[in-house]
Write a protein that binds this ligand. Structure first.
Ligand code: ZN
Length: 412
């Protein structure tokens, strides 16, 4: 039995949720915040929490919550995010929500007495795929959203506030200083990398979530004739940018175990085949296991950029636009995950997450841990994202046991 009175599999719930997508004609899942597809998914989650007798409710930003009450006023939270990237997969975020509902549904139906309450949440947004913001759902739980966020716009000029209202949510009802007090948070998620698959290990226990920062870099040189200008006189923005891209790559190679850097977007403004490029923009995504290392790599890169600019006679402007610190997971909860896995004869692997998660936000103030299950070939944010049924069930069983143990005093 999964949700009360049904015999559906976790895969069938994932399939149903994957049908809530903006582009039905495409293979991937696209479910951006406050779109019709997102609203449809939110309704499904609400129905499933009802079926599992979790007395669900929707908060002001659209997170869906369900609960099993315990004796004390402390609550252990689980859950993940409901949104996806554009053309993403069926497992990222969705798995942690559905497994959480199933775990709580089973605990509720077995009438297991709980000291602490258990709560599952479908967080409304994490990916940043519609508006220039991320982790809106988990930040809202902590009161880390602001009125300015409501004015942020998507590519069509629709504001967060307008999009909320289109989904029947009222921005005026947002609690800017929420009174949630969670004793712990456990997020179950697909790994999105291939360490577990390579090690033939079913359960990952996350150690640290890498910190990350992103920059917009502008390189301004001089656009001149491709035939008549001498190399020695050029201020070629693209050649300079290319060296900077390589310096990001080489630094990432050098620190491979502890940091990673990527240039994911590069644009030549008004580029034509017969002109020397005069204006180039590119992005830098820099991630590291600890903040001191990230800061030192950031400053090393900026020095390289400055030196490169001097060599090519181009102006360089670095505009950092987002930064999230690295977060260590709670050791007591990590131990609980290991014990739960071992009691089910499942091996565990301690690993870092190089991807950002809601756990990175909630982990700043709530004791937090993450459970990973293997991802086929490490694929994620991809139409072929896949986790085997056996691995899905293992993760869900470990989550249920961790929640039961945490609710009944095996976590201080
Ligand atoms: Zn995710």
């Amino acid at each position: 039995m999964l949700f009360s009175g049904t015999s559906r599999t976790i895969e069938s719930y994932l399939l149903d949720l994957s049908h809530c997508t903006e582009f039905r004609e495409r293979n991937g899942v696209t479910r951006r915040l406050y779109t019709a597809a997102w609203k449809q998914a939110q309704s499904l989650i609400l129905d499933w929490m009802c079926e599992a007798n979790l007395d669900p409710w929707i908060d002001a930003v659209g997170n869906v919550h369900g609960r099993v009450e315990g004796f004390s006023d402390q609550t252990i939270l689980t859950g993940s995010h409901l949104d996806t990237v554009v053309d993403g997969g069926a497992y990222d975020g969705a798995y942690g929500i559905i497994a959480g509902i199933m775990a709580l549904g089973e605990i509720k139906s077995r009438q297991i007495p709980l000291s602490r309450s258990l709560e599952v949440v479908a967080l409304c947004e994490e990916e940043g795929s519609r508006f220039p913001m991320t982790c809106w759902g988990s930040r809202a739980l902590l009161g880390k959203i602001s009125r300015e966020d409501l004015a942020l716009q998507d590519a069509e000029g629709v504001s967060v506030s307008e999009a909320m209202q289109s989904c029947g949510l009222s921005p005026h009802e947002i609690d800017w200083t929420p009174s949630y007090h969670y004793r712990g948070f456990v997020e179950l998620h697909i790994e999105q990398a291939s360490q577990l698959e390579s090690a033939h290990c079913p359960i990952g226990v996350v150690n640290t979530i890498f910190g990350q920062e992103r920059w917009n870099v502008t390189v301004i040189g001089e656009s001149v004739h491709a035939g008549t200008s001498r190399i020695v006189n050029r201020h070629d923005a693209l050649v300079a940018a290319s060296e900077m891209v390589l310096s990001v790559y080489r630094l990432a190679q050098q620190y491979e175990d502890k940091a990673i850097g990527t240039v994911g977007l590069l644009q030549v403004q008004n580029g034509t085949s017969n002109c020397v490029p005069g204006h180039v923009n590119f992005t830098v995504d820099l991630r590291a296991q600890n903040d001191a290392l990230r800061e030192s790599l950031a400053s090393e890169l900026q020095s390289m950029f400055t030196e490169c600019g001097r060599r090519y006679g181009v102006e360089i402007v670095v505009d950092p636009y987002t930064s999230v610190n690295a977060v260590s997971m709670n050791v007591e909860l990590q131990n609980l995950i290991q014990k739960a896995a071992h009691s089910q004869r499942l091996n565990t692997l301690l690993l870092d997450s190089r991807a950002g998660h809601d756990a990175q936000i909630l982990g700043t103030t709530i004791p937090t841990a993450m459970i990973f299950v293997p991802s086929y070939q490490g694929l994620s944010h991809h139409v072929n994202e896949f986790t085997k049924k056996e691995d899905l069930i293992n993760g869900q069983n470990v989550l249920r046991e961790v929640l039961e143990r945490a609710a009944n005093g095996m976590f201080s």
